[in-house]
Design a binder for this molecule. Sequence first.
Ligand code: NAD
Length: 347
Amino acid sequence: MWGSGRTAARAVGTVSVEEALGPMPRSGTPRAERGSDMKITVIGAGKYGSTTVQRLAEMGIASEVVMTDIIEGLPQGLALDMMQSRSIEGFETRIVGTNTYEDTAGTDVCIVTAGLPRKPGMSRMDLLDVNSKIIRDVAERFCPGSPGAVVIVVTNPLDEMTHLFREVSGFRHDRVIGQAGMLDTARFKHFVGEELGVSPIEVEAMTLGSHGDTMVPVPSLVRVSGKPLTELADAETIERVTKRTRDGGAEIVGLLKTGSAYYAPSSAAAAMARAVLTDSKEMMPVCAWLTGQYGIDGVYLGVPARLGRVGVAEVVELPLAESELVALRAAAEAVRSKCADLGKLGG
Ligand SMILES: NC(=O)c1ccc[n+]([C@@H]2O[C@H](COP(=O)([O-])OP(=O)(O)OC[C@H]3O[C@@H](n4cnc5c(N)ncnc54)[C@H](O)[C@@H]3O)[C@@H](O)[C@H]2O)c1
């Protein structure tokens, strides 16, 4: 409930840095905690979507994972292939490939990956134009059959597409969430770990803000085996790691030449879906609707939040350095103005 979000806004400082930034949840949820009759839908059977389906099926948190796409045969072929791995991998989740929304009815959690990744020569407005049409189409077709679903949007540009899906769906804001912060935080942990020669599991970190240029990695909160990063690395090193995190997606796109990352992104989306389905209330950096937290109101932005069956159960306010708070508020205004571009496109 967004009322509880406001309660959280008053609870500044009640969450310790250690609790806030503890190790990210990993796969391997005990069987006893797994839902047996849950249904997940993944819309878009491209690289991100299909990898997410495989991860979710192997987690065993739902009885059925439905994968849909506009390309005939693609989700069906991928589903058949994945189903044939069940006896080797030892999971029982049914994977259904389809081109119709009838098969998605009654979904508990939906992950929206439909849409183009940015291609060389494509402006941000071009991507916004193409993907806003896709998101509108997906929301209009999916939502009537699954009015109780929690929706996790990953399509880029992430903040705007999450905003648009919520607008078209009419769902409560806490039931439409974007995935970016989990991925950006995992990248931050990876780069800190590589720089200091430690496992990323030893690194506690958080990135906030927007998915893109106004991402806010938060060095003041980084701990390595419990020690502040500021005691382990000089300012130049911290700046290098922060910049590489902010440019993390572009670095992979540059290497791949076509398409964008999907292994770490699919881990991020699947972990969010698991937190929702198991009602874990784990704190994760996600794109959530703000109602006054951090002094920001009425915009989707990357912040720490507890996820459960309601979607966002609580937005958590961490103690930030003044400069980090300023950067977060600047990111909020950048997202707000980008969402206004949607109106110019009629999206
Ligand atoms: N938020 C993040 O952290 C993050 C990370 C990586 C990628 N992404 C984004 O995720 C999206 C998907 O990436 P990808 O690598 O899977 O791309 P992809 O091109 O491999 O797959 C996209 C799929 O969407 C399908 N599609 C298009 N229109 C559709 C519609 N109306 N209904 C159903 N399916 C439709 C396409 O047929 C295609 O199979 C992109 O927008 C990308 O930028 C986000």
